[in-house]
Write a protein that binds this ligand. Sequence first.
Ligand code: ZN
Length: 135
Amino acid sequence: MIKQIDHLGIAVRSLDETVPVYEKALGLRCEHREEVPSQKVRTAFFDVGGVHLELLEPTAPESPIAKFLADRGEGIHHLAFRTDDITGQLEQAAGAGVRLINEKPFDGAAGKLVAFLHPKSTHGVLTELCASKPV
Ligand code: ZN
């Protein structure tokens, strides 16, 4: 079951240039930075009332974020929903005819399991499902 919007992913060319904009212009505070090798990105997180902003900077030319920046420039990249059952949620999406980018969840940022649905199947929005890892 989907619990809430977990975060919005925003593609940027440089965390060092972008983080200060969010801090100075909006008064938000960057709470966490992390490199995610599986996605070839560096991330910076802001907590906005329980929903997070995830700024994404590519660490390699073959990063999906580098490709996004080349095609579309900086901007909103994906929308992430938090669920307590990522596998069940993937099955539900597949059963509804949605194309899955990831058939199985993998390790994302902030110690979560994540999987993506293809934006062509979700009317233009790259959709992430995320869940806390079972302990
Ligand atoms: Zn994300």
